[in-house]
Design a protein around this ligand. Structure first.
Ligand SMILES: [Zn+2]
Length: 159
């Protein structure tokens, strides 16, 4: 992040509240209430930008979890990388498939597909799930996830 970007970012960060949360005062997504920050020609989730600035990039395949459950919070100390699995129940995890080391459940792929269909950019959706843009493309194109058959075992694309 450039110095100018950082200065612009800081203008949208509120002083810590009683929980130490630093809430994003800029625009948030209507869908899920996460802060948005424009960086160059991309709009990215503000909490991810904040975390990356403090700690470096989040490993591919991991998502950032709010330890404070406050989606507007961009305090890097309240964010920790984890798997999306932490947010979904066991039922969904059983249907987990692996695409090149990055995992999304069928339910997550269905959600991602819906969001893209509703006009959100694939990049934003990919970022919010903590996967790379190219991984997300594979998920969205993978027909295995389009229908929820029982065959969840094989590796996608292996026919
Ligand atoms: Zn917080």
């Amino acid at each position: 992040m450039s110095k100018a970007d950082q200065a612009r970012f800081d203008r949208y960060v509120a002083a810590p509240d009683k929980n130490g949360c630093r809430e994003w005062t800029g625009s948030v997504t209507q869908k899920d209430g996460y802060g948005q920050f424009r960086q160059g020609d991309k709009v990215r989730p503000a909490h991810i930008v904040s975390y990356e600035f403090a700690h470096g990039p989040v490993q591919d395949g991991l998502v950032l979890l709010h330890t404070c459950d406050n989606r507007r919070c961009v305090n890097p100390e309240h964010l920790k990388p984890g798997t999306q699995a932490a947010n979904v129940d066991d039922m969904v995890q059983k249907d987990r498939a692996v695409i090149q080391g990055t995992t999304l459940s069928k339910a997550e792929v269905a959600q991602a597909r819906k969001r893209v269909a509703a006009g959100e950019s694939q990049q934003d959706v990919a970022a919010s799930f903590g996967v790379s843009d190219s991984s997300m493309s594979r998920y969205l194109l993978n027909q295995r996830f389009a229908h929820s058959g029982r065959d969840g075992k094989g590796r996608p694309g292996g026919q």
